[in-house]
Design a protein around this ligand. Structure first.
Ligand SMILES: [Zn+2]
Length: 237
């Protein structure tokens, strides 16, 4: 796992598949994680946090943008190690808790080969296992990370996908509705592509300087313009 600083307060952790983020509160009163990485990564995540001066108990929130294994895989272990509360979009919470099976994506024709390739790459990855969800989030909910963090419901990649908008620093965590591989684009493997397109356009309207994706390099500076240009290239409908 690789740790990369994105901004003064944000670090990106890169796994074999996917990325998560650590956010240091601007008032110094703790840390939050956005997503948890593939299963079995709790030790490297905790070690990376320790190198940044964060003790396990300094992590107060673990927000899961959606239920996919590369985002929630290490959530249960990290929640146990840190005592952090776990937050996720309400429609995805029953899947994360293991109460209902994971709805599969509805693949576009061109996504089938890519899906099979990703699945074979994940063949040795253990299942995510259930994780408690302490707070079920809805659109417009506000968290306090020493600045306002606004929850934006972005259904389509999964029903309960959420983005997080740090309104004063202009940071957006998009989850997988938007990807950056290699340029800003609609994420793949959506349960409802039409809703995902709507959710992309909604995020493109936000006042954003930095965009952090589940896959692909973050856009640091001018991210709102990059999102709007990408939104303009999206198919209609
Ligand atoms: Zn995903």
């Amino acid at each position: 796992m690789e740790s990369t600083q994105v901004t003064l307060h944000i670090w990106m952790f890169t796994f074999a598949v996917g990325q998560s983020y650590a956010v240091r509160r601007r008032d110094g009163a703790g840390w939050a994680l956005v997503d948890a990485g593939l299963p079995g990564n709790e030790r490297p995540v905790l070690e990376a946090l320790a190198r940044l001066g964060a003790r396990p108990e300094d992590v107060k929130d673990i927000v899961l943008t959606h239920f996919h294994v590369d985002h929630r895989g290490s959530a249960a272990a990290l929640a146990a190690a840190t005592g952090a509360r776990v937050l996720a979009g309400a429609p995805d919470a029953p899947v994360i808790r293991g109460e209902v099976p994971e709805p599969p994506p509805v693949l576009e024709d061109w996504e089938v080969a890519l899906w099979e390739s990703v699945q074979s790459g994940l063949a040795d990855v253990p299942p995510a296992g259930p994780c408690r969800v302490d707070v079920e989030l809805a659109d417009g909910d506000v968290l306090d990370w020493g600045e306002e963090v606004r929850v934006v419901a972005v259904p389509g990649h999964t029903d309960g996908s959420i983005a997080l908008h740090l309104t004063s620093s202009g940071v957006l965590f998009t989850g997988d509705t938007i990807a950056g591989v290699p340029h800003v684009m609609l994420g793949v493997f959506n349960t409802d592509r039409r809703r995902a397109l709507e959710s992309f356009r909604r995020q493109a309207e936000l006042d954003v300087q930095t965009a952090c994706f589940g896959h692909g390099a973050p856009v640091v500076g001018g991210a709102g313009q990059a999102l709007r240009e990408a939104a303009a290239r999206l198919p209609v409908g």
